[in-house]
Design a binder for this molecule. Sequence first.
Ligand SMILES: Nc1nc2c(ncn2[C@@H]2O[C@H](COP(=O)(O)OP(=O)(O)OP(=O)(O)O)[C@@H](O)[C@H]2O)c(=O)[nH]1
Ligand SMILES: [Mg+2]
Length: 254
Amino acid sequence: MKLSVVMPAQNEEGSVAATVEGVMAELEREQIDYEVVVVDDDSEDRTAEIVEAIGMENPAVRCYRSHYGRGFGMAVRAGLEVFKGNAVAIVMADASDDPRDLVRYHRLLEEGWDCAFGSRFMPGAKVHDYPSLKLTINRLANWFIRVLFRHRYNDTTNAFKAYRREVIETIQPLLSKHFNLTVEIPLKAIVRGHSYGVIPISWTNRTSGVPKLAMREMGSRYLFIVLYVWLESTLSRGDYRVEAAERPSETVRG
Ligand SMILES: Nc1nc2c(ncn2[C@@H]2O[C@H](COP(=O)(O)OP(=O)(O)OP(=O)(O)O)[C@@H](O)[C@H]2O)c(=O)[nH]1
Ligand SMILES: [Mg+2]
């Protein structure tokens, strides 16, 4: 199974090389066939140049200039339209995610799960330097999502997840243009009937560059997309669901 890594990056010259090289090293060590697609839209720093230099040495890495306008959601969506693998993982370019977790995601997909999710809030997870206000908002948002969708998974809002190609087809058309895409993808995958495995993961706060998620502007957009998917799941009578697979829909590994 070929794994594509879609990595949105904007002004990440301080971390993109280490992130891409960390992913490359781990996937090569595990002999996983892969490509890395860094999706840049208008970085004003050396992000594109750095990725292109890595790509000269390793043709599995490329910098893709988004064919959409600016914004996290549009960058990820651009990447999801051009990846070539049978599975795709969305990985941040700020070195927050651990490439060893990427390998674990790949193994879950190989086992047959449609989606591989991580949780930073379960036994075995490691979280370093999570800003406290962000953490409070995160826990409230995930609690709200759990109550609404009646599932146990407690880290829906984290973008770092992996999916089989079929899932990316099932969840179309995507609506989110911003960070709210981060919840649209997993929630649609779940309510449309895909299976998912959950493992504990590590997360470390960025040490260079600036955060791009503006909480205040995003609140209503998150609520919109969460309620949209919830309305679909409660009122559409299964019109958008895939055939239910003959296996449990969720597994959690400690
Ligand atoms: N191409 C592109 N990438 C983006 C955009 N906004 C954010 N990103 C990237 O998306 C990833 C997540 O953004 P972050 O700024 O780290 O968001 P966050 O993790 O909520 O905030 P931090 O506290 O900084 O970690 C990073 O790799 C960013 O470079 C954008 O408008 N375009
Ligand atoms: Mg980040």
